[in-house]
Design a protein around this ligand. Structure first.
Ligand code: GDP
Length: 213
């Protein structure tokens, strides 16, 4: 095991902003509507089938889960931590109670707005229907963070025909242009394991590491 993403290891769950780790390591967050395939995407790029768990009931897992990413050191078995991958609670509140919404806003909103260590956020969306109101709700939170990189992951691309893929990419291109800033986007399939290298390259770039780390 030597690659950055293969090294992902669960370190902690955080239920409130005060509990965030006291660390200067850069952080990369994964967000997405429940069922968009966020857990599948994380497990897929880290090549571990049970790293991130999906939350079938919205609001059940209102926690930030931190996974440490490390590279090989000089000494035998030495690992050097390089950053955290942070799995944010899923959103999409059709079934959620108002207090669940409030908890999400305080925790996730507070984290994405205030966390200096957060360098970039991957927004996992179903490529067949990206930019749903709940995604836009998250994007609103990100507006004050002009420094933050955003990557639209158009997941489940295996469900799309070529013309639909093109249309989905075009929607992402338009939305990125409207929002401005450092926004990238790609098609992805966690199921077919397509687009992994492209996503890994974006993330290693955010961490300031060379491609292929
Ligand atoms: P989460 O709630 O965002 O963490 O979503 P999950 O990772 O649990 O995935 C939700 C559902 O979508 C599951 O049934 C997955 O098998 C399915 N899924 C995830 N990724 C893909 C994909 O790339 N293609 C297809 N067709 N289904 C996917």
């Amino acid at each position: 095991m030597s690659s950055l993403f293969d090294s992902a290891k669960f370190v902690m769950s955080v239920a409130d902003i005060e509990g965030l780790p006291d660390s200067e390591l850069p952080e990369i967050a994964f967000a997405g509507r429940s069922n968009a395939g966020k857990s599948t995407s994380i497990n897929c790029i880290c090549r571990q089938s049970r790293l991130a768990f999906s939350s079938k009931t919205p609001g059940r897992t209102q926690l930030l889960n931190f996974f440490e990413l490390s590279v090989k050191g000089e000494k035998p078995r030495e690992r050097i931590p390089k950053g955290y991958l942070v799995d944010l609670p899923g959103y999409g509140f059709a079934k959620a109670a108002p207090e669940t919404r409030k908890t999400w806003e305080n925790l996730v909103g507070g984290y994405v707005v205030g966390r200096e260590q957060l360098k970039g956020i991957v927004i996992v969306m179903d490529a067949r229907r990206p930019f749903m109101p709940a995604d836009e709700f998250l994007l609103d939170f990100l507006l004050p963070r002009e420094d933050l990189a955003i990557h639209f992951l158009l997941n489940k691309s295996d469900q799309l025909k070529t013309t639909e893929k093109r249309a989905s990419m075009e929607m992402a291109r338009k939305r990125a242009a409207e929002l401005g800033g450092n926004i990238t986007y790609q098609l992805f399939s966690g199921l077919k394991k397509e687009g992994i290298q492209e996503l890994q390259d974006v993330l290693t770039g955010w961490l300031g590491l060379p491609k292929g780390s």
